[in-house]
Ligand binder design. Structure first.
Ligand code: NAP
Length: 226
């Protein structure tokens, strides 16, 4: 394989899907998703790619999907879940769901990829959020997961420096994806044109990937213009 190898999680739609498209021209892309048919359909459209099928909250599925990956130039962690609700109403299960995927599963996947990332002196890109910097009423659990993710990237960046692995954190504001539509319950006043396009976030990721060898783009904040 002469192309750099990139794994994108949450690649079946939204931001992850757009990241696949922007990396595909010059990367071998491992397309991450839970639905094998949806993943295969994307893989067949790529110049060079392969499926990475796993529910990231299923430890056994993740371990088996990681088998055979011995070199990895880029991993983009885009799979994530939203969680709205005031603290008075959030259940232990709600907390578990948002922290399990957005933090624990992501960190555990990355741990399993670490030898491959070190072998390639690769790059880790975490798709964080504006909610990784600020918390607001009704968004505390989601923000807590993204604050935790920022703590994880900040520590990992320092830990992996001596191994040549770079770690970047990309913080989009609202993006017109199915997640944003769910957050707004598709009310009559939903207007996706007010938000970032997934392709715009993918361009920010591409900027991070294209950083010169001597540099790491540590944090990028990208927000809707309007
Ligand atoms: N949309 C926004 O406004 C916004 C803003 C800032 C940050 N973000 C962050 O950007 C990232 C992507 O968001 P998005 O808007 O693109 O979300 P999305 O449209 O809901 O897509 C989420 C992706 O994650 C995958 N996924 C969900 N649960 C999974 C699991 N247990 N295991 C494996 N994959 C799973 C989904 O796969 P399936 O097809 O299998 O469900 C899908 O591909 C998230 O981390 C989100 O927090 C989003």
């Amino acid at each position: 394989m002469t192309r750099p190898i990139a794994l994108v999680t949450g690649a079946t739609r939204g931001i992850g899907r757009a990241v696949v498209d922007i990396l595909a021209p010059d990367h071998h892309v491992l397309v991450g998703g839970r639905d094998a048919a949806a993943v295969d359909e994307i893989v067949t459209q790529l110049p060079s790619g392969a499926p990475f099928v796993a529910d990231l909250t299923d430890a056994d599925a993740v371990a088996s999907a990681c088998e055979g990956i011995d070199r990895l130039d880029v991993v983009v962690h885009s799979a994530g879940v939203e969680m709205g609700g005031e603290q008075a109403d959030l259940s232990r299960e709600d907390w578990g769901r948002v922290l399990e995927l957005n933090v624990i599963a992501l960190a555990d996947l990355n741990r399993q990829l670490t030898p491959a990332l070190r072998a390639a002196k690769g790059l880790v890109v975490a798709i964080n959020s504006g909610s990784g910097f600020t918390s607001r009423a009704g968004g505390g659990a989601y923000a807590a997961s993204k604050f935790a993710l920022r703590a994880w990237t900040d520590a990992l960046r320092e830990e992996e420096r001596e191994h040549g692995v770079r770690v970047s954190s990309v913080h989009p504001g609202r993006v017109d994806t199915e997640m944003q539509q769910r957050i707004q319950n598709l009310g009559d006043d939903y207007d996706g044109s007010l938000y970032l396009r997934p392709e715009s976030v993918a361009k920010a990721v591409r900027f991070v990937v294209d950083a010169t060898e001597d540099a790491v783009v540590e944090e990028v904040s990208i927000r809707p213009r309007g």
